[in-house]
Design a protein around this ligand. Structure first.
Ligand SMILES: C[S@@+](CC[C@H](N)C(=O)[O-])C[C@H]1O[C@@H](n2cnc3c(N)ncnc32)[C@H](O)[C@@H]1O
Length: 245
C-alpha cells in the first residue's frame, strides 16, 4: 500500500490496523510531542481512577505500546495485566517495553484481537482501561458491551479520550493548537506521510464523553461519571459493574 492510499476510515478496520502498523515506530515520540508531554499525567489519572478498588487483574484494551498497563503495574506492583490490541506491531513494541521495565512476569497475555469481540470469558477481570482507543473502534457500543461482559461484578471500566474543552476561550486555543500547531509538529515528528496523515486526522477525531457515558449506561454500567482533565482537553469516563448481591 502506498502512503497516498491510506485514509482514516473507521468503517474499514484493516486500514486502521495498517495505519497503526505504520505509525508504531514513531507512536511514543509523537504522543509525547503532540500532547506536550501531558499524556503521562493523563495516563496516570486514568490508572488512579481504574485502581480505586485495588484491582488484581487489569485488561487494557487498545493497549498500543503498553504505556497504560506499565503505569498500572508500577502503581500496583502485585497486580497483573492483559494487553489487547488488534495491531501486532504495537503489541510487539509493548512486549519490548514490558521487558525493559522488568514487568514480563506481571503480564498474563498480549492478545492480538478486536476490542469489539474480546476472546476472554465472562466475569474475568477486575478493571478495564481504554486510552485514546475508543474513537478508532468502528462500533464503540459493542466494545463497551464486551468490556461489561468480561468485567467481574464490582469491576470498573475507565476510558481516557482526547475531548474538546467546554470553556469558549480554551476551546478557541485548543482549535488553534489543533489546526496550527499539530500539523507542524506532526510533520516534524512523523517520519512518513502515513503517520503524519493519521496523526493529524486522529487527534481531531473526537467522541463526546456524553456519548460514551450513554453507551456505558446502555451496556449495564452504573455510577457513570465524566472527569474532565485540564478543562476538558482530555476526559476520563468511568462506570462500574454492580457487585452481585
Ligand atoms: C491511539 S492508540 C492508543 C494506544 C495506547 N492505549 C496508548 O495509551 O498510547 C490506539 C490503539 O488502538 C488500537 N485499536 C484501534 N481499534 C482497535 C480495535 N477495534 N480493536 C483493538 N485495538 C484497536 C490500535 O491498533 C492502536 O494501537
Amino acid at each position: 500500500m502506498t502512503s497516498d492510499k491510506i485514509t482514516y476510515d473507521k468503517s474499514s478496520p484493516e486500514t486502521i490496523q495498517k495505519m497503526f502498523s505504520s505509525v508504531a515506530p514513531c507512536y511514543d515520540k509523537a504522543n509525547g510531542y503532540l500532547s506536550l508531554g501531558l499524556y503521562k499525567w493523563w495516563n496516570k489519572q486514568l490508572v488512579l481512577t481504574a485502581s480505586k478498588s485495588d484491582p488484581q487483574l487489569l485488561l487494557d484494551l487498545c493497549a498500543g505500546t503498553g504505556d497504560i498497563a506499565i503505569t498500572f503495574l508500577k502503581h500496583l506492583n502485585n497486580s497483573k495485566a492483559i494487553l489487547l490490541d488488534f495491531c501486532q506491531d504495537m503489541l510487539d513494541l509493548a512486549k519490548i517495553k514490558a521487558s525493559k521495565n522488568d514487568l514480563d512476569h506481571q503480564i498474563n497475555d498480549f492478545i492480538c484481537a478486536d476490542a469489539q469481540s474480546i476472546p476472554l470469558q465472562n466475569d474475568l477481570v477486575d478493571a478495564i482501561t481504554i486510552a485514546y482507543g475508543i474513537r478508532n473502534v468502528r462500533d464503540p457500543l459493542k466494545c463497551v458491551q464486551e468490556a461489561f461482559r468480561v468485567l467481574k461484578p464490582g469491576g470498573r471500566l475507565a476510558i481516557l479520550e482526547l475531548t474538546r474543552p467546554s470553556n469558549p476561550f480554551m476551546r478557541f486555543g485548543h482549535r488553534v493548537y489543533l489546526k496550527g500547531v499539530v500539523p507542524v509538529l506532526g510533520k516534524w515528528v512523523a517520519s512518513d506521510k502515513n503517520a503524519y496523515a493519521y496523526l493529524s486526522k486522529s487527534i481531531g477525531a473526537f467522541i463526546a464523553p456524553s456519548v460514551i457515558t450513554q453507551f456505558m449506561k446502555q451496556s449495564g454500567f452504573t455510577k457513570t461519571k465524566i472527569i474532565p482533565l485540564m478543562g476538558g482537553v482530555a476526559s476520563i469516563i468511568v462506570g462500574d459493574k454492580e457487585p452481585t448481591a
